[in-house]
Write a protein that binds this ligand. Structure first.
Ligand code: ATP
Length: 322
């Protein structure tokens, strides 16, 4: 779908992206991760030609990006940024409809699209469509940023640290919304972050970058099982508790303990000790399922005795072997 072939970007002969070869598949949620200055944003912006490449090729569906009409290319690639690029004095609806207006959609199509998009991120259209952007919270604004990128139904969405300025709860909710949207719409998403937890939660595959080069590409499972080098190993540490959380929740769904719709939220208690972290899952049936990440023990408790449970130092004595 998006193919990089020996791509270089140089500024004054200094390569900030080098020998970049990569194939991002159709419908994939692809995460670019790496420390500050590793070349993630540059790589992303080369896809929609906000930055010209110095050498090599980027192809979309086999066609080099330089062969596309620039306006058409940008219209067909959604773009979401950390600094919310919405117009504060315009309403939610006006912001969402910028590209459809330019594309001269019919009034009815535009009307339907606004309703559909706001509903897809749980924002009541009647309540929000006529509000000005300045009257929304940061999380609501970022939701509008996401759906605006989807308005004209692009095949590709580029996201550059879209949630990094948000508080952890809003961020977590938006990550889940975006994941659900992507699973439903099957867009090809290229997502930049420097946060390993975010990469593990969202990415079908993850590309670790350092100094403009690829250190490793693969699924979280592949990278965690076989880290290519010490840089990757070190970078992974920060995401490990989250990885265990994801695996346990996947296991509980696969084993039919819970359905995806049933899960209200999941989280980690005591991230200071990755080996003994408790993974917690809150379901609609008022039950809480807790597993220790190393022992794979299983405890089902209700919301009412959750606090007692957490207060108990002898949590392990309550464990029941799975
Ligand atoms: N216009 C420019 N001229 C010269 N150097 C640049 C220019 N734009 C970016 N760079 C350099 O290219 C390198 C990669 O920058 P880039 O923004 O792609 O990194 P990043 O991984 O996205 O970083 P961050 O996580 O901090 O956003 C950095 O060293 C940066 O200083």
């Amino acid at each position: 779908m998006i193919k990089f072939e020996k791509v270089y970007k140089r500024y004054d002969d200094k390569a900030v992206v080098s020998d970049f070869t990569l194939d991002i598949k159709e419908g994939e949620f692809f995460v670019l991760i790496g420390p500050s200055g590793s070349g993630k944003t540059t790589t992303l912006k080369m896809i929609n030609q906000l930055i010209d490449l110095s050498e090599g090729y980027i192809r979309i569906q086999g066609k080099p990006i330089s062969d596309f009409d620039l306006q058409e290319l940008r219209w067909n690639i959604g773009y979401v940024l950390q600094q919310i690029a919405l117009f504060p004095n315009m309403t939610v609806e006006e912001n969402i409809l910028i590209v459809p207006e330019m594309k001269k959609w019919t009034k009815e199509d535009m009307e339907n699209r606004v309703v559909e998009l706001l509903e897809s991120v749980n924002m009541d259209p009647d309540k929000y469509r006529h509000r000005h952007i300045s009257e929304l919270s940061g999380g609501e604004q970022q939701r509008i940023g996401v759906i605006r990128a989807l308005t004209a139904d692009p095949d590709i969405i580029l996201m550059d640290e879209p949630f990094s300025a948000l508080d952890p709860i809003t961020r977590n909710n938006l990550q889940k919304d975006v994941l659900k949207l992507q699973q439903k719409l099957k867009k090809t998403v290229v997502f930049v972050t420097h946060d390993m937890q975010e990469a593990i939660s969202l990415g079908d595959r993850i590309c670790l970058m350092n100094n403009g080069k690829i250190e490793q590409v693969g699924t979280a499972d592949e990278i965690l099982k076989n880290p290519a080098n010490d840089f990757v190993r070190q970078f992974l540490q920060t995401g490990l508790p989250h990885y265990q959380e994801k695996k346990i929740v996947q296991h509980l769904i696969e084993e039919n303990y819970y359905s995806t719709e049933d899960i209200v939220t999941t989280g980690i208690i005591s991230a200071s000790d990755p080996v003994n972290d408790l993974i917690i899952l809150l379901s609609k049936q008022d039950a809480v399922h807790v597993e220790t990440s190393n022992k794979h023990a299983k405890i089902i408790i209700t919301k009412n005795n959750l606090l007692d449970f957490l207060a108990s130092e002898a949590a392990s004595s309550k464990e029941v072997e799975a």
